[in-house]
Design a protein around this ligand. Structure first.
Ligand code: SAH
Ligand code: SF4
Length: 373
């Protein structure tokens, strides 16, 4: 299978051009076609030689994804289900924010971290996405808007779709370089957020990259007992180890971190737990921010439900009393399969159900009984 040219940073594309005996400026032309003109094929790059177009076609594809489903919500959220070249499915979400268009990208097919509340973790990781497959999600969402011709541009990215981005480190880093490139999409690093479940050593690597991208940590519990019971990654990198890495990150980058905290009713949302959370983040009070996130119920995880508004309010008040910077996050797309991983898992379920129905119908036609049908 040929890789997508979207997976090459501008410097890697320049190297490829030089290795193929072409002049350096050809790389700049191709980059322009890809990210400024946003063409869909090499044939459309009309200022390149036939020979170079043939070479590009032999080596790369432009867009490796096929759009399977698009769901548009009343609040303008758009959810895309894309098919990868090997038939696997991923999802991407576009949210309309007051500050612009924000895209949530997927980095892996499934996720091995297996958090107990998450739809993505229901399916073990099948594979990492290539850098080109991650960039292509942004390009296809941008195309959706280009086709509507209202001049709207994707301005923000959150790496919060299916998968653990720091477990697909190199491809995610290349993706960040491509979308941030000032001669291409030029999406500002400060407009990009990478979210991690807390792979401590990779947080340090990320700090050393010298990028201005925001880092969000999925914390979800203020102590090891609770965190280990809902996020098994905490057994590998317990809170003390995670916080050491976060403090190093802050020191190395001088940047603030965001903590994500899903509000799970009567699990992690007590006032006492709010106090523990305030105490835990005390040393980095001015350099951290806490997002309280409404839980999107996942049918397979019915032990969890959304915190009541009263519990959220009491939790929030206790944090505020301690001087914590925090907000309750706005929700998007609640009328479509909104939770991270849900469109994909629900589509797979529907596909399986449709398949079963087809098999049952065929069997019925052939006169074979099936008690499950
Ligand atoms: N694997 C990374 C990034 C993807 S998950 C991480 O865990 O950070 C992005 C965010 O969505 C995480 O904070 C995750 O905990 C949260 N999330 C997962 N399932 C959710 C659900 N059902 N409702 C609300 N948030 C959820
Ligand atoms: Fe994976 Fe993040 Fe979901 Fe945990 S919350 S299972 S790390 S995608």
């Amino acid at each position: 299978m040929k890789p997508s040219i979207y997976g090459l940073s501008r410097s890697a594309l320049t190297d490829w051009i030089l290795e193929n005996g072409e002049k350096k400026f050809r790389a700049a032309q191709i980059w322009d076609w890809l990210y400024r003109n946003r063409v869909q094929s090499f044939e459309e790059m009309t200022n390149l030689s036939k020979n170079l177009i043939a070479k590009l076609n032999e080596t790369f594809v432009v867009n490796p994804l096929q759009q399977r489903i698009v769901q548009e919500s009343k609040d303008g959220t758009v959810k895309y289900l894309f098919e990868l070249p090997d038939g696997m499915l991923i999802e991407t979400v576009l949210m309309r924010q007051h500050y612009g268009l924000s895209v949530c990208v997927t980095t892996q097919v499934g996720c091995n971290i297996g958090c107990t509340f998450c739809a993505s973790g229901l399916i073990p990781k099948q594979r990492d996405l290539s850098s080109g497959e991650i960039v292509a999600q942004i390009m296809l969402v941008q195309r959706y808007f280009d086709e509507r011709d209202q001049g709207e541009r994707v301005s923000h990215i959150v790496v919060m779709g299916i998968g653990e981005p720091l477990d697909n480190y190199d491809n995610v880093m290349t993706f960040l370089r491509v979308v941030n490139d000032d001669k291409g999409l030029a999406i500002g690093a400060r407009h990009i957020t990478v979210s991690t479940s807390g792979l401590a050593p990779k947080i340090r690597d990320f700090a050393r990259e010298g990028v201005q991208v925001n880092l969000a940590i999925s914390l979800h519990a203020p102590n090891n007992d609770l965190r280990s019971s809902i996020m098994r990654i905490n057994r590998k990198f317990p809170i003390e180890v995670l916080f050491e890495a976060i403090e190093d990150y802050i020191q190395m980058t001088n940047r603030r971190v965001t903590f994500e905290y899903i509000m799970l009713n009567e699990v992690n949302d007590g006032v006492q737990q709010a106090q523990e959370l305030a105490d835990l983040t005390k040393n980095i009070r001015k350099l951290s921010y806490i997002n309280l996130i409404p839980y999107n119920p996942v049918s397979e995880h019915d032990q969890y439900s959304r915190s009541t508004p009263e519990r959220v309010a009491a939790f929030y008040d206790r944090l505020k009393k301690n001087g914590v910077n925090c907000v309750v996050r706005q929700e998007h797309g609640t009328d479509i399969d909104a939770a991270c991983g849900q469109l994909r898992s629900n589509t797979l379920k529907r596909d399986r159900a449709a398949n079963r129905a087809r098999i049952a119908a065929a069997k019925a036609k052939a006169g074979i009984g099936d008690s499950r049908a």
